[in-house]
Write a protein that binds this ligand. Structure first.
Ligand SMILES: NC(=O)c1ccc[n+]([C@@H]2O[C@H](COP(=O)([O-])OP(=O)(O)OC[C@H]3O[C@@H](n4cnc5c(N)ncnc54)[C@H](OP(=O)(O)O)[C@@H]3O)[C@@H](O)[C@H]2O)c1
Length: 251
């Protein structure tokens, strides 16, 4: 198959592109670095020419509900419209486990993306995953001042981005079903404990604070909803500890 990976240079997108190539697919990466601006539309038509499947792992890191909604809604609309013109047979989008009811901040954008797809006549599948192990480093990079790291209080069930990629490709190779089973990690964690263990593993002296975030978004993070419920799901195998010591981490 010819698979277009929108966001194929990102944290999970790199794994998706590499795994798709390993599975024998022809891979086209859509990112601004590759000359395709999905938000603005530049280069999109040409990039999707001949594509069978689009895997959307685009991202904009923001805590603004307005910005997240504008980004995910606009990029999804553009991918669906260009995909329809190119004859794409399956649009696969990655979303986040447990965000129902957390219609605020970044997750407002993800819910807007899911709603758009649910209301679309285009053949699609939304696949939700829990937080990536990689999130610990991403959060620490943004919230560390000297030796102090302030981590938003979050209960989660992290999963390796490499396993998310394989899950997305299983979904992409199958028929569109609207909604795939959730992919959740093997163990429950708190984000603060993950960041502290990562710092210890890396030999860094850090004081890690577990900080409650006010509002609907913060309540959602702390509530445990992001660990996922009892619905249909698949479980990743790589624990956070295993991931910390794995060569994958250096990528
Ligand atoms: N992080 C988590 O824990 C987690 C958990 C579950 C689900 N997810 C979902 O996974 C998806 C991917 O997240 P990620 O953390 O892997 O993303 P990321 O590392 O931030 O990468 C974002 C990707 O999007 C591309 N991009 C951004 N704006 C673009 C534009 N206008 N046109 C074309 N490409 C653009 C970037 O490439 P350029 O900058 O070169 O354009 C990059 O390839 C998101 O939908 C997120 O909600 C994440």
């Amino acid at each position: 198959m010819r698979i277009a990976v929108a966001g194929g240079t990102g944290t999970v997108g790199r794994y998706v592109a590499a795994a798709a190539a390993r599975r024998g697919h022809t891979v086209v990466v859509l990112s601004r670095r590759d000359g395709v601006d999905v938000l603005g539309g530049a280069g999109l038509e040409a990039a999707l020419d001949g594509a069978d499947v689009v895997v959307d792992v685009l991202n904009r890191t923001t805590l603004s509900a307005r910005e997240a909604t504008a980004f995910f809604a606009t990029t999804t609309r553009h991918l669906l419209a260009a995909g329809a013109r190119a004859g794409v047979r399956h649009h696969v989008a990655l979303s986040v486990v447990g965000i129902d009811g957390i219609d605020a901040s970044y997750y407002a954008g993800k819910l807007a993306q899911e709603r758009l797809l649910a209301g679309s006549a285009r053949p699609h599948t939304v696949a939700r995953a829990t937080q990536f192990h990689e999130l610990a480093a991403q959060v620490a990079a943004r919230t560390t001042l000297g030796r102090l790291t302030a981590v938003p209080r979050t209960r989660c069930r992290p999963v390796a981005a490499a396993e998310v990629a394989e899950h997305l490709l299983d979904v992409a190779e199958a028929d569109p079903v609207g909604r795939a089973p959730d992919l959740v990690g093997p163990r429950e964690e708190t984000l603060a404990a993950m960041v502290a263990r990562m710092a210890h593993h890396d030999g860094l002296h850090r004081r890690v604070l577990d900080v409650p975030v006010p509002g609907r978004y913060g309540t959602g993070l702390a509530s445990g909803a992001l660990r996922g419920g009892d619905g249909p799901r698949r479980e990743g195998r790589t624990t956070f500890e295993e991931w910390l010591g794995s060569p994958d981490r250096a990528r």
